[in-house]
Design a protein around this ligand. Structure first.
Ligand code: SF4
Ligand code: SF4
Length: 373
């Protein structure tokens, strides 16, 4: 087996894949059903995958739904993203004792294996790589964790109501950036996964499983399911030149309109797989013998985010929402060479005010206030 080959494994083969990755000393992370959502966490075995669950999503709403089959990847993005492992919400950067030479950088040598990474989230991992791993001063914690990563991607066949990956060019199929890519099929021929091999490491791992070469019907069935999913997106981003629209919308009444609904809670930035902003805090103990530096996620919706010498630059919700959207869909292109949005829909489902980034952008592109009547 080699990169480019296409094989088939059955449901037991998927469980064996989790075992093999454990044997290779990866920390295996995958989707699981917990607390009314599909979350991402450590997988002790394939039995923990969310068999028989789908999700229904719409603005401000996310609900699990039971399926009448045992599909394990038939759900769209949940509240968590792979960002929480590659770029953790709260992490110690270094610590120091009385001897100033005793500084220790954080350990980023942990090797992750992610199972079930969709096209939108694979694109988000690539974006984080350019943001945190690029430039003159890269984040060595991120690059260390990314370097050891093994990716089992999933070609999505069950888009959710808030998904719009097709209009962002990131899904529902995956094309690169994975070691193995699975497409799940359940029909009269059984429960199986088409496996596209994307790397030598992926081929080596797959060699430990019972596989068979894919037949034409396996490939046709799987590819057709992904093509069909592309036609079932819940929504789409307007096909306009978004950076130009945003550049010309600085004084749009739409910002006041959205600010009248936005709670500035920051949920949208916390669930977004590409929002990367952090703050740094130094902590000492009472004796003065020990100090630590911690990094934690922050949101551009926080008042403190733009605090400078005595005041915040963006005091209104209007200015903070404008900052978020303009960076995400506009100036991100200038900084990092792509959009900052991959169309996962998380910010729509998890916004308590039901604010929809595609609807706000459509209103701006039309040059007027969003009519939600
Ligand atoms: S857009 Fe929604 S999720 Fe984001 S800050 Fe406003 S209310 Fe919160
Ligand atoms: S802006 Fe919203 S839809 Fe786009 S990547 Fe972030 S959470 Fe997903």
């Amino acid at each position: 087996m080699k990169p480019g080959d296409t094989m088939v494994i059955d449901r037991a083969g998927l469980d064996r894949l989790v075992e093999v990755l454990h044997e290779a000393e990866y920390r295996v992370i995958g989707p699981q059903e917990r607390d009314g959502a599909i979350v991402l966490d450590d997988l002790a075995s394939g039995a923990q995958l969310p068999a028989g669950w789908s999700v229904d999503t719409e603005p401000g709403r996310y609900r699990l739904r039971r399926r009448d089959d045992a599909a394990v990847f038939a759900h769209s993005a949940g509240p968590g993203s792979w960002k929480q492992f590659l770029h953790p919400p709260h992490r110690k950067v270094w610590e120091m004792g009385p001897d100033l030479n005793e500084q220790r950088a954080e350990d980023s040598a942990q090797r992750f294996a992610f199972i079930g990474v969709r096209g939108c989230d694979l694109a988000a991992i690539a974006i984080l790589g350019r943001v945190l791993g690029g430039g003159t001063y890269s984040d060595t914690g991120y690059t260390g964790r990314r370097a050891g990563l093994f990716v089992v991607a999933v070609n999505c066949t069950e888009p959710g109501g808030v998904c719009f990956c097709v209009s962002m060019g990131t899904g529902p199929g995956v094309s690169k950036g994975y070691d193995l890519a699975l497409t799940e099929t359940i029909d009269d021929a059984g429960h199986r996964f088409l496996v596209d091999i994307g790397s030598e490491t992926g081929a080596d791992v797959l060699a430990h499983l019972t596989t068979r070469p894919a037949e034409t019907t396996d490939v046709t069935t799987a590819r057709t399911a992904v093509d069909t999913a592309a036609g079932r997106m819940g929504r789409s981003m307007p096909a306009a030149d978004l950076p130009t629209v945003l550049r010309e919308s600085h004084e749009s009444p739409q910002w006041q309109d959205v600010a009248s609904r936005c709670l500035t809670c920051g949920n949208c930035t916390m669930v977004c797989p590409t929002c990367f902003c952090t703050s740094t805090e130094d902590v000492t103990d009472l004796t003065g013998d020990h100090a630590e530096r911690w990094e934690r996620w922050v949101s551009c919706f926080e008042l403190d985010f733009s605090y400078q010498h005595g005041g915040s630059v963006r005091r209104s919700g209007e200015s903070r929402y404008r900052q978020w959207l303009t960076h995400k869909l506009g100036t991100w292109h200038d900084q990092f060479g792509s959009s900052g949005c991959v169309g996962c829909g998380r910010c729509i489902a998890w916004c308590p005010a039901e604010i929809d980034i595609t609807a706000e952008m459509a209103a701006l592109a039309e040059g007027g206030t969003n009519d939600r009547s």
